[in-house]
Design a protein around this ligand. Sequence first.
Ligand SMILES: C[S@@+](CC[C@H](N)C(=O)[O-])C[C@H]1O[C@@H](n2cnc3c(N)ncnc32)[C@H](O)[C@@H]1O
Length: 441
Amino acid sequence: MSSLSLDRKAASGVLMRMESEGGGRLDQWMRQASARLESADRRRVHAVVYGIQRHKGELALYLAPFLGRPLDQQDPEVRVALLIGSFELLFQDSVPDRAAVHQAVELIKFLKMPRRSGLINAVLRRVARGEEEPTFPDRATSPLGWAEQAASHPSWLVSMMAARVGPSEAADWAEAANAEPTLAIRLKDADDTEVIEALGAVASPFVPGAWLVPERPPGPFAELPGFADGRWWVQDVAAQAVGGMLGLEPGMRVLDACAAPGGKTAAAALEVGPSGRVVAVDRPGKRLELLSGSMQRLGFDHVEIVGRDLLSEPWEGDTFDAVLLDAPCSGLGVIRRHPEIRWTRLRQDTLKQGARQRSLLDSVLPAVNPGGALIYSVCTFAPAETDKVVEAFTAAHPEWSLADPRALSRPPHEDLLDGSVLRTYPHRHDADAFFGVRLER
Ligand SMILES: C[S@@+](CC[C@H](N)C(=O)[O-])C[C@H]1O[C@@H](n2cnc3c(N)ncnc32)[C@H](O)[C@@H]1O
C-alpha cells in the first residue's frame, strides 16, 4: 500500500487536472479535492497548490541543472512530482527534506510511473543539497529580469506591468502580487465596533468604509464573528473604491449589470438604502444563487435579482441613475488571490475579452437614464480591456465622455486616480489591480 499522505494525493490530483484541463476552474477543483479532508490537510493542499502557482518559474530554475530536458517538456506526472517535492524543499521549512524527497518518490509511483522514481529521487536530493543553485538577476539593476525569474511572472505580463508603472515599480508589483492578499471587508453598520474589535480590523487609508483584517483568524468566513449574522461581507479595497465611483445617495436607482457574486451589489444596496432600488443582473446559474444567498444573509431585501445573458439579450425596460458594468475580464489584477492566472492566460486573451466588454457596454447603455452615469470597471490592467475599451466606446458614442470623479460628493482618494481614471495596485494600495471609469453624457 502507498504511504503517500492524503494531502499530497489531493494536491497532485488538482495539479494533474490543471495539466490536462488547463487551470480555468482551479477554485472549484480545490473545493472538490479537499471536500473530504480534515481542515489541517485542506490548508496543506491549499498551501502547496497555490504556492506552486506563485513560484513555478523559480522552481523550474532550481530544477533545470539536474534535468536533461526542461521541466515543461517532462511528462506531466514527473513535472507534478518534481514541483511538489521542490516546493516542499525550498518553501516549506516544516517538511523535513527526507520526507519531501521520499513523498515525491511515493507520488510518482502513485501516478503509475514507478520507473521514474530514480530520476525524482536523484533530482530532489541534489536540490535539497543546494547543488548548482540559480543566480537571479539583480533586482536594482534588472528589475524586469528579477520580476520574471525571482517572482515567477511570465515576461509578457512583466512587460505589460512595466508599461503601466515603469520597470522598478513593476518588480514591486510582481512581489506584491505573489503575496497572500490581506482580507478586506465592508461593515453593514459603519460603527460596528464589536466586529472591528473581534476581527482586529484596521481602516484602509485609501477607501473610507473599507476595513483590513491583517491577522485573519483561521477557519471559514461563516465561522468568523458577525459573518453569519450579516454584519459584514468580504470585499477587496479596490472593489470598494469602484463602488465609490457610482456616487450613490439614499433613494437612487442602480443597475448592477454583471453582479455576481455580489460584493458591489451589497455596497450599492447599503448606500441607496431601502428607499432606493438595486437591480442585480447576471447569467442564470450558481453565481447568481450565491448572490441571492448573500443578499438574504445581509438582509438587503430591496435588491431585485434578474437572471439574464446581456450579450444575447441586451437590457430593455427601466432606466437607472447609475449603471455599473463590472465586466468579465482576464483577471490579471487578481493574481494575488488567483495566482494561476499568470500561467493560464495569454496576452491575446485580453483582446478577446476587450471585444466582449465593448459589446456588454452597448448592451447596458439603454439602461442609463438621461441624466445618469455609466460606470465601467474590470479587475485587470491590460490596455485592451481598459483604456482601449473606453476609447472605442466613446468613439462610437461621442455624446459620452469620462467624468472627473473628483466632482463626486465623496470623491475617491487622490492616490487612486490617474487623471479621471481609477487605477489600484497591490504594491501601492494593498488592493487588487482594478480599472474604473465614470462615463456621463
Ligand atoms: C467580474 S465578475 C462580477 C463581480 C461582481 N460585480 C462583484 O463585485 O461581486 C463578472 C460577472 O459577469 C458575468 N457575466 C459574464 N458574461 C455575462 C453576460 N453575457 N451577461 C450577464 N452577465 C455576464 C459573470 O457571470 C460574472 O459573474
